[in-house]
Ligand binder design. Structure first.
Ligand code: 6XA
Ligand code: ZN
Length: 343
């Protein structure tokens, strides 16, 4: 399997996040991608290719144009305002406030285009976001051109990013961009299988009213787990999209048996939908030693996931999402991919 990777991810470094009552160094850090790349190489998964540069237009097929145009302006505006630390929002237009008027100053714009303080900016963040987007589209093109699978080693991740907001380490929704790109290239139906520990609220929001992209999401129950405000089982899609969004919220402590039961059900629904291509949002923060998550998958479980996905018999694009146990992140993420190749 070919991997697409860009060293530009590394410019998104040294940034902070707001979590648990503190501004702390973000768990989502450059070493994550480097450990995964090292494992791709040591396992001889296949060639590691640089991304091709893509026009930003494909991002605007799933995000609003104003949101995408805002992202490259964040750091220059932040510097202009005289700040030195990470650009992090601190006010959001929640219930009771005006969310329909675009404000004019950087602090307000950061809040206007986000849902939490988990997607901060430093000097190299935009270049990393753009490279992650290029990685996803380059890997998607490999699948379109006949590869049975490809691995988009994206960093930063994307599944929390909605049509007009960032959050949870995510800015451009790489998996959603790729799924839409496959549609625009002629695929009639696309399925997104989101295996990250956290609900992919952005992906759900983007496709919620559509029947041409099925979204299946396995995750920690939002009653007790981030992102808290979406991801319940009764969210099944709206209008034409009714029935094409499927959520599998699971309790803290879920291990292989419980998690796999959800995966089996999701795979059955996916097979029944009969998409022409599958996009897997590959998060490995379901791992028992993940520092911010509460599931109990073991390293030996990840190849089993890959094997099950391979049995669907469909062209598959793997897009990297979360996973913060950096020592094992490569073993687990690449475990899914070698499992897919049944080796
Ligand atoms: C709160 C936790 C963010 C989790 C991000 C993630 N800052 N999403 O891994 O998949
Ligand atoms: Zn996650």
């Amino acid at each position: 399997m070919k991997t697409v990777f860009s060293p530009l991810h590394a410019g998104h470094a040294g940034n902070f996040e707001l979590i648990s009552g503190a501004i702390v160094p973000a768990f989502e850090k450059p070493s994550r991608a480097e450990f995964i790349k090292a494992r791709v190489e040591s396992e001889k998964l296949g060639p590691v290719l640089p991304p091709e540069t893509h026009d930003i237009a494909a991002a605007k097929q799933v995000h609003t144009s104003d949101y995408i145009d805002f992202l490259p302006t964040v750091w220059p505006l932040w510097e202009e305002s005289g700040r030195t630390g990470s650009a992090i929002p601190f006010t959001w237009p929640t219930r009771g406030l005006r969310g329909d008027v675009r404000p004019q100053t950087i602090d307000a714009l950061l809040g206007f285009y986000s849902f939490d303080g988990g997607a901060s900016f430093v000097k190299g963040t935009w270049e990393a976001i753009k490279s992650s987007y290029d990685v996803a589209l380059t890997a998607a093109a490999l699948v379109k051109c006949g590869e049975i699978s490809a691995f988009a080693l994206c960093r930063p991740p994307g599944h929390h990013a909605g049509a007009a907001f960032m959050g949870g380490y995510c800015y451009i929704n790489n998996a959603a961009v790729a799924a839409q790109w496959f549609r625009d290239q002629g695929a009639r139906r696309v399925s997104i299988l989101d295996l990250d520990y956290h609900h992919g609220n952005g992906t759900q929001e983007i496709f919620y009213s559509r029947d041409d992209v099925q979204v299946l999401n396995l995750h920690g129950d939002p009653m007790t787990e981030y992102p808290f405000f979406l991801g319940h089982a009764d969210e099944r899609g709206a209008g034409a999209g009714e029935g094409f969004n499927v959520n599998y919220p699971m309790p803290f402590g879920t291990a292989w048996d419980g998690w796999n039961a959800s995966l089996e059900d999701a795979c059955a629904k996916l097979a029944a939908y009969a998409p022409e291509v599958v996009v897997v949002s590959l998060g490995v923060d379901t791992f028992e030693k993940d520092p911010i998550s509460r599931f109990r998958l073991k390293s030996a479980d990840y190849p089993r996931i890959g094997r099950r996905i391979a049995r669907l018999g469909l062209p598959t694009l793997f897009v990297m999402e979360g996973g913060y146990a950096v020592e094992e992140i490569g073993i687990n993420a690449v475990g899914v991919l070698t499992g897919f190749e049944d080796r």
